[in-house]
Design a protein around this ligand. Sequence first.
Ligand code: NAP
Ligand code: MG
Length: 485
Amino acid sequence: MSVTLTTEDLIIGGKRVPSATGKTYETLNPATGEVLAQVAEAGIEDVDRAVAAARQAFDEGPWARWPAGRRTKVMLKVAQLINERVNELATLESKNCGKTIRDATAEVKGVAMCFEYYAGAATKIFGQTIPVYGSGLDYTLREPVGVAGQIIPWNYPIVMAGWKLAPALAAGCCVVLKPAKQTPLSALALGQICLEAGVPAGVVNVITGSGPLIGAALVRHPGVDKIAFTGSTEVGRELMRMASDNITRISLELGGKSANIIFADADIAKAAEKAVIGSFINAGQDCTVRSRILVQREAVDEFTRRFVERVQQLRVGDPLDPKTEIGAIISPQQKARVEEYIEIGQHEGATLACGGKTPDDASLAHGNFLLPTVFTDVKSEMRIGQEEIFGPVVVVIPFDTEEEAVRIANSTIYGLSGSIWTRDIGRAHRVARKVRTGTLSINSNDSVHLEAPFGGYGQSGIGRELGMYGIELYTEVKNIYVDLD
Ligand code: NAP
Ligand code: MG
């Protein structure tokens, strides 16, 4: 069966169903403005139905009761089906969120790997025996937390769906997933694949529609044991308040303004080359993006010359063209928001070194495109130096000393990722300890590894996804003491 959806109904209780009201909405291609599909618009009643299905599947169904190794097999089947449909899923993803087919293809393959990792993890979730003061036996169990409500953003729709579903399923949880309203298609396709792979009815439910309506209802729902959210800090803050009503467990992956710290002793050519992707991946709509480049003053001119030259060569265009490096921005509203920051930067006195406008190419006129934009002579305290822009805009901030670099790196409300470029190994590790952020890379801009923890310090979030840390989000620890007398 094809994952090209003939109907974009919800997934509830193992079935494709329209919304209770029958309402639908249009989902668009941000690169062309064309309507891609009609999608069921869920309401409160659908949230209730989906939570009830997940609740029943968890409380009475087989998923959490199966030997873990049986979940492994089903999850490996999910991975296999994803791998068989990479091109189809990548095209769907590229069309629905405007990202390049290159990136979408790699991302879909990454989701299959995520399922493979957590398929293996299912049989490695175990407790401890603890030598307590007493003659009995004390041990712990790691049990599934129950029904997980998961809310994800539009920038990496299928990746986020995979990161959320796979660890929850490995742990034995049942899930209600709410993708971003603008990008529902790949989450529905993945939910469909789960059904085809043999995930029992009610274990994976996918509801599409408005965050403030159905997302909020999911967070407040007494039938939900745990909320996992990826999105903006602003919405995360709101959800934390809502979750407090029922003391619902909540993990948050939020915004970022990560620093790429480049010391004068680094390989400047390599740092400049890698910064291009580090700063403009996914048209800058990436929470780990290095949107601040801190360069030691002696190297600023060389770095800026190399960097700006390479940024100007980036191919902005049709996301489905395999040569395209920068695709579309998700919506006209998001583009306008980014353009507003470009104006703010100019008013604040920063130098616009390149970009700052829509590409001239007439064939892109119906999409939401912006040229990759570099500001130099930026001061850390400027708004463009502090606020998450979430678009193709990067700022270059000069610094003099190691202490100053650390101070600037730590000067925002965020702390998600970052990079350090230097040939001095002592300095690399010293600075890595001082930067307050959840992931760091040295002489690299990679921050995401499926096997390693990912998450934020400060207002970038709470909790760690990926690796075995991801399992902790979906398990409770139960302590059991047995009297042996
Ligand atoms: P967003 O506005 O916070 O939305 C994220 C999700 O929350 C969407 O599904 C949205 O639904 C839903 N939502 C919105 N308002 C809600 C409410 N009042 N109650 C419940 N749910 C609500 O974020 P976005 O604009 O999609 O994505 C951009 C942000 O995500 C950036 O700040 C970025 O840094 C962050 N992000 C973080 C990570 C990470 O791992 N740390 C990864 C990716 C993105 P609708 O689509 O219907 O509005
Ligand atoms: Mg939003």
